[in-house]
Design a protein around this ligand. Structure first.
Ligand code: ADP
Length: 270
């Protein structure tokens, strides 16, 4: 996809989400059908690249998915990663911390779930919740959550320097789109189980969460772990952009198929 970089936040850039339209489809000039075809192609390339990554056992890849409720984190996992080999791909979901987790530093539960060499791990929510919920709901003093931006940058630097490629996606939906998706959840018997009344409390705090997101996007987009703000009102476009970023990043790693462990010339299978 051309001009993918428009969605990447540069280090030090001050993010104003009102300048990032959630309904943008500018990279899909040929329309939805062509975009869906392209996304399928990307998915096939991702499968091949992931197999090689797993075979080579050299690089680790961490994909972070963040976004408001209904922004499509589950959908991205289902669609963009469709068909990848489950041997080398894991999903780690982060819920409200348990008592044991709260007794440790906030990165304790996160560090143990990062990818090892050869693996892709997708974080469905992540350590970024720790600069969102506690800030908006005032669960810890300001001094505590403010210090976390730097602590997160140091943590991600450590991961990057020890062989992990980090890709962070903020799935950016509009408040109107969330309304439709929540209503659909409520009305559809297959989706109703997902609806929590608490989602409405978070929705009422939309502006506070937006501010908290703007702050974290501005403070934690680094060269080694950039943020991508993905227009996510249109699911097909969201999948196209994320697929493109992923494939481009994996291709840059120049993953080599490993050589056989011994000389196989002249070997015949009878
Ligand atoms: P999801 O919405 O991801 O499908 P849930 O409905 O169980 O799954 O939501 C998980 C909840 O846990 C969210 O409300 C999220 O904000 C909360 N959560 C995750 N991490 C933290 C954290 N570190 N501190 C407080 N709340 C958190």
């Amino acid at each position: 996809m051309k001009k993918l970089k428009r969605y990447r936040i540069e280090p030090g850039e001050k993010v104003d989400l009102s300048r990032h339209p959630p309904g943008d489809t500018a990279g899909a000039k040929d329309g939805r059908e062509a975009a869906e075809e392209k996304a399928l192609e990307l998915n096939e390339r991702l499968e091949v690249l992931q197999e090689r990554l797993w075979a080579e056992q050299k690089h680790a890849v961490l994909v972070v998915l963040q976004g408001m409720d209904t922004s499509g984190k589950d959908g991205v996992i289902r669609k963009v990663f469709e068909g990848v080999n489950p041997l080398g791909v894991r999903v780690a979901a982060f819920k409200a911390p348990t008592e044991e987790e709260l007794a440790h530093d906030f990165l304790w539960r996160v560090h143990s779930r990062v990818p090892g060499r050869g693996e892709i791990v997708i974080f469905n929510r992540s350590h970024y919740e720790d600069v969102l919920v506690p800030r908006v709901r005032q669960l810890v003093p300001e001094k505590v959550w403010k210090a976390r931006y730097g602590q997160i940058n140091d943590f991600e630097k450590l991961l990057a320097e020890t062989g992990t490629t980090i890709l962070k996606f903020f799935l950016h939906i509009s408040k109107d789109e969330q309304k439709e998706r929540l209503q659909e959840r409520l009305d559809d018997p297959e989706k109703r189980w997902k609806f929590r009344k608490g989602d409405l409390d978070d929705r009422a705090l939309w502006d506070d969460y937006t501010k908290a997101y703007e702050a974290l996007l501005s403070r934690t987009s680094t060269r080694h772990a950039p943020w991508w703000v993905i227009p996510a009102d249109k699911k097909w476009y969201r999948d196209l952009v994320i697929g493109s970023v992923l494939v481009e990043a994996l291709e840059k790693l120049d993953i080599r198929r490993p050589e056989p462990r011994e000389d196989l010339t002249g070997v015949v299978v009878e």
